[in-house]
Ligand binder design. Structure first.
Ligand code: ADP
Ligand code: ZN
Length: 435
């Protein structure tokens, strides 16, 4: 573990040297072993041997999700199949799955990267880590599992689901760190309260490592209050590894990219130009030492920015801001770009509504977009009082209009009427696609 702690505090020049050498090796490897890159680099007139600086890297063409899909099943492998020890696939939230393959070395790095999240949570071999991400092709479960082993912690591989048992196990086994999606953590918290527990008192949680989907600061605050622990964000994606590409530290001021393994760029999603630190755009990742499924300039579609400056925690790896959402989830409502997380932030300023919501997008008879926010009221708010319901709906709608400059219809619904999720919550239902 000390080697990890050392690299987390290494001078940035040393990290840059590792990155540049690794990127060059990766790009040459991709060019020589993966037909897609041979063709794409040749078409762009890009010679991977010419990489001497990060500016040179920015000349390389992008690889996109569709390219990975087209290469299904094994078209993007850079090693013989017998070197591949494990295969995962993306959860297919937005279409056909993509494949991630791992050599023994890739799995080691994965464990080490996730373990950084546990380290940032002040974790050690004394911790009991409950993995309530789903196990399987989804990278959440096994990523957390390998991370827990890397830390020499006690791992409980309970997977997602069976929430009451989940909570009993958590209490009886003295779980200190909970790993799952933030929406499942909220469901766990609410269920524990329904079971008559005071989770902050009756459980032993110290930290939650929650990722795989966006969640707002307000959502985080509510989780922390209900479960009496600290929530750290973790980011990753199957196409580059899985969770652990970037981990939030105890400061909660952004997520440190594991820069000795991943090189980040932020681009303008429309022009593809690289943006300076501080500006919001699409995250592009290049793997530095991935063996089985390397990528050069993979467009993640995730919207974030590189946070300028040093983190007070002393880790030298650059930070990305918490992900706003993906370009696919971005709603364009009559010309205005809106992320569900922004709607969530507004909603959370109203005590009468809970954290559960769904956004429905449809078109009216003039083909104009109509957006309806279904928000669950908290127990205690009476839906029988038509006047009170209408007043609150109008108030939320007006606040959304002021904050986001978009018109959103608000519909208050009964507590527990929006389906709970054990993995990623489905926040947006686009009825336009079903027409
Ligand atoms: P899928 O694209 O099918 O959901 P993955 O399970 O690989 O496949 O999910 C990766 C995606 O999940 C990321 O590209 C990102 O959009 C989202 N994601 C992962 N971690 C976070 C996080 N901490 N915050 C916001 N979004 C995240
Ligand atoms: Zn930090």
């Amino acid at each position: 573990m000390s080697k990890t702690q050392e690299i987390l505090r290494a001078p940035h020049e040393q990290i840059e040297k590792i990155q540049l050498e690794g990127i060059k090796r990766t790009a040459i490897n991709c060019y020589e072993n993966i037909p897609f890159y041979k063709q794409s680099f040749d078409e762009a007139g890009f010679d991977p041997h010419s990489i001497e600086s990060f500016d040179d890297v920015a000349r390389a063409p992008f690889v996109e999700k569709q390219d990975l899909r087209d290469a299904y099943p094994y078209g993007m492998l850079a090693v013989p199949l017998k070197e591949v020890k494990e295969i995962h696939m993306s959860s297919g939230t937005t279409g056909v799955a993509t494949v991630g393959a791992y050599t023994k070395h890739d799995i080691d790095i994965w464990g080490e990267c996730f373990a950084r999240g546990i380290l940032f949570a002040d974790g050690s071999d004394e911790d009991v880590v409950q993995v309530a991400y789903g196990y399987g092709l989804f990278t959440g479960g096994l990523g957390a599992h390998y991370g827990g082993h890397w830390m020499d912690a006690t791992v409980i591989p309970i997977s997602a689901g069976n929430t009451e048992r989940q909570i009993r196990v958590m209490r009886d086994m003295g779980t200190t760190i909970l790993c799952c999606t933030p929406s499942y953590a909220m469901h766990i918290a609410d269920t524990a309260i329904e079971m008559g527990l005071d989770p902050a008192r009756d459980l032993h949680l110290r930290a939650g490592i929650h990722g795989a989907e966006p969640f707002s600061d307000n959502f985080r605050a509510e989780l922390e209050r209900k479960l009496g622990y600290k929530v750290l964000d973790i980011y990753g994606l199957t196409e580059t590894m899985g969770p652990g590409v970037a981990n939030e530290c105890w400061e909660q001021k952004g997520l440190h990219i594991a820069e000795d393994h991943f090189y980040p760029e932020i681009i303008n999603p429309e022009t593809g130009d690289v943006l300076p630190d501080g500006e919001w755009g699409e995250l592009v990742l290049t793997t530095v030492d991935r063996e089985a499924s390397p990528v050069v300039r993979y467009r993640t579609r995730d919207i974030t920015r590189i946070i300028p400056g040093q983190c007070p925690c002393g880790c030298t790896h650059r930070r990305i801001d918490r992900i706003h959402g993906r370009t696919d989830d971005m709603l364009i409502i009559r010309g205005v770009n809106v992320f569900p997380s922004q709607i969530e932030d507004v909603m959370k300023t109203f005590d009468q509504v809970s954290s559960w919501y769904q956004i429905e997008v449809d078109t009216d008879h003039r083909s104009l977009d109509i957006v309806t926010l279904k928000a669950e009221v908290n127990p205690g708010f009476e839906l029988d009082s038509v006047a009170a319901v209408e007043r609150l709906q109008k108030e939320i709608s007006a606040t959304l209009k002021t904050a986001l400059s978009v018109g959103v219809r608000v519909k208050l619904v009964e507590p527990k009427s929006i389906p709970r999720s054990e993995g990623k919550a489905k926040r947006v239902i686009d009825l336009r696609k079903e027409k």
